[in-house]
Design a protein around this ligand. Sequence first.
Ligand code: CA
Length: 234
Amino acid sequence: MLLPMAQRVLVVEDEEDIAFPLVRTLEREGYEVSWVDSGQKALDTLPSAPEVVILDLGLPDIDGLEVCRRARAAGFEGAIMIVTARAGELDRVVGLDYGADDYLAKPFGLAELQARVRALLRRTGGSAAAGEEAKPDGLRIDVDARRVYAGDDEVPLTGKEFEVLNILAANRDKVVSRGRLMADVWDENWYGSTKTLDVTIGRLRQKLESVGVTDRVVAVRGVGFRLEGGSPDA
Ligand code: CA
């Protein structure tokens, strides 16, 4: 397999017996792999912006979910895949939005892990070559199918990202308040934390930018967000 450039994977795992075969397999696949054995080291390493983080939940210092939350709060935009040996906890974890992109229960096969990492990189636009090729004009939203296209290419969005974009697009060039987005997409009282909204908007922007569309999500300070189809200097 030929990669346009070495894509970087950070493995956060305190058990050597699990970490070593993981690192070896990913290196053989052509990734540049770093390994840390604690949550704090993971957070310290994130500014180097790996494309994918494979994050164990059971870490000796900081719980993996908290690492995930702090990483997103700090603006980390790469893909995060959570792995956990806590049987039966995966459903609960998936239901909470900590900003992870994928989840895998231990024990897992290395082949499955490799496939998931490849899929994550495709979905998050981790391939720089693919992003540079795409020069579509704007977005096309198929509301019934809940799919978004940039030119002929589908933009892979999560359910929440789609809903946020859909509301913004229906109100194109107008400001949609944070409260309305929180209420419509998360079904929550907006006096609660809107950090989740900011994280979702951040990832939505990243995905739109990675496919080269001219539509942009603009933050209107203290009010909300607006979808504009302007040029980059508008
Ligand atoms: Ca562990």
